[in-house]
Design a protein around this ligand. Structure first.
Ligand code: HEC
Length: 386
């Protein structure tokens, strides 16, 4: 038996043993953060002065233009193809304001919350999360849920509390640091007239307390007074202070997307063709946070199969062959996955090393892969359906 953990505790486990699940998860997280997939054709291509690849295959090259013009890059932005990588994308955006999105659009990725004009009014949205209408909100509330202590998972819901003066409603410290002038859209405007979407002097406005260095939206330095915010929050039908958390999901990376099906939070789409058909028809459900200005029916793609093929080829240009062949550092040791017990529904084999009368465990073995990788490449998910 291990030594007692301390003089005052009689638990026969050490800290690291008693909290094994947490330590294991931290170790896994740190290990996984060393696995950077940055050797796909997209990464290998020569780039122009804006960092945009210029020698992908002709089809993938056209597909990249479609990716940018169809607004995919507004959400799947930056080196990780997701705005949920806030820090890396924030840095990227400072270097290159278009962050290789469409040059007529800029999106703020430097702060954890943003404000957008969405279905039903002005909505606060956590950067890196979106409602795209894969499933109805009542099926899965997603980011709108709470943690086991009842605190909102969403930064936006906490930010609304903060604007209403409820400082103790902020459990994640980043939320208190949000500068209103870093949001995509202003919350309040310096005007003497009422406005259905923005707070004005009529409601009561004040200047943000933080500095205004390098603001994303220099005009967005006004916020409602606490009283104006509370008045809005108490309205049954709000237009200016909505949260887009319910039914929003994390924007996934698109790196190695060819190999990571089935797709979406519910695994509801087996192939990338199905995903493109989903965007082409404008999503599955009209959920409240659905970013109608970004997720809309892409008629252009519907009528032009070649364009869908090009977009698909662009997505496939994000596959790193080291991942496809599980070459170092993407190799792994043998993994034994518990798979019930040896036997069937009427009898089992008694051989368990813990106790001779217990059923012997059965394992599925995923064989070790050496640094040189596997001979047969990993396949896309739908191959397993055939
Ligand atoms: C408004 C933000 C937004 C836009 C615009 C957008 N996406 Fe997405 N994308 C998401 C979100 C959020 C998900 C995950 C949705 C879910 O799980 O329910 C997703 C999922 C995906 C997936 C599946 C990823 C996985 O691992 O399951 C692919 C592929 C994808 N998007 C490609 C595209 C393409 C191509 C476009 C342009 C036609 C596009 N996206 C436009 C937000 C967006």
């Amino acid at each position: 038996m291990p030594p007692l953990s301390s003089a005052t505790h009689s638990t026969p486990y050490r800290q690291v043993e008693a909290n094994f699940a947490m330590f294991f998860a931290l170790a896994l997280q740190i290990y996984q953060s060393t696995l950077i997939s940055d050797d796909s054709p997209f990464d290998r291509s020569a780039v122009d002065e804006h960092g945009i690849p210029v020698n992908l295959s002709a089809s993938a090259q056209r597909g990249m233009d479609i990716f940018r013009d169809s607004h995919c890059a507004l959400c799947h932005i930056g080196p990780n193809f997701t705005s949920s990588a806030v820090v890396t994308n924030g840095i990227l955006q400072k270097l290159n304001p278009h962050a290789f999105g469409n040059s007529t659009f800029r999106v703020s990725t430097t702060t954890v919350v943003t404000s957008l004009s969405l279905t039903g009014g002005m909505m606060f949205q956590d950067t890196g999360f979106s409602g795209t209408g894969v499933t109805p909100v009542e099926n899965d509330i997603g980011l709108g849920g709470t943690d086991p202590f009842g605190n909102p998972l969403s930064f936006s819901d906490q930010y609304l509390q903060l604007l209403g003066g409820n400082v103790s409603g902020v459990v994640d410290p980043y939320v208190a640091n949000v500068r209103p002038c870093d949001l995509d859209t202003s919350i309040a405007i310096e005007s003497n007239n009422p406005h259905p979407l923005f707070f004005t002097r009529v409601d009561g406005i004040q200047r943000q307390k933080q500095n205004t260095v390098n603001c994303f939206n220099p005009a967005g330095i006004f916020i409602p007074t606490i009283n104006a915010a509370l008045t809005e929050l108490s309205k049954p039908k709000r237009k200016r202070f909505l949260s887009a958390a319910n039914g929003s999901f994390k924007i996934p990376t698109l790196r190695n997307i060819e190999l990571t099906g089935p797709y979406m939070h519910n695994g509801g789409m087996a192939t990338l063709d199905e995903v493109l058909a989903f965007y082409t028809r404008g999503g599955n459900f009209a959920t409240p946070p659905k970013e109608f200005a970004k997720i809309f029916a892409l008629v252009d793609l519907r009528l032009a199969p070649q364009k869908r093929t090009d977009l698909l080829n662009f997505l496939k240009s994000l596959t790193d062959d080291r991942v496809r062949y599980e070459k170092a550092p993407f190799d792994h040791p043998e993994i034994r996955v518990p798979h019930g017990h040896i036997g069937d529904n009427s009898s089992i084999t008694k051989q368990n090393p813990m106790n001779a009368s217990l059923a012997a465990d059965q394992f599925l073995v995923i064989p070790a892969v050496g640094a040189a990788g596997r001979i047969q490449p990993l396949q896309s998910f739908d191959r397993f359906l055939q």
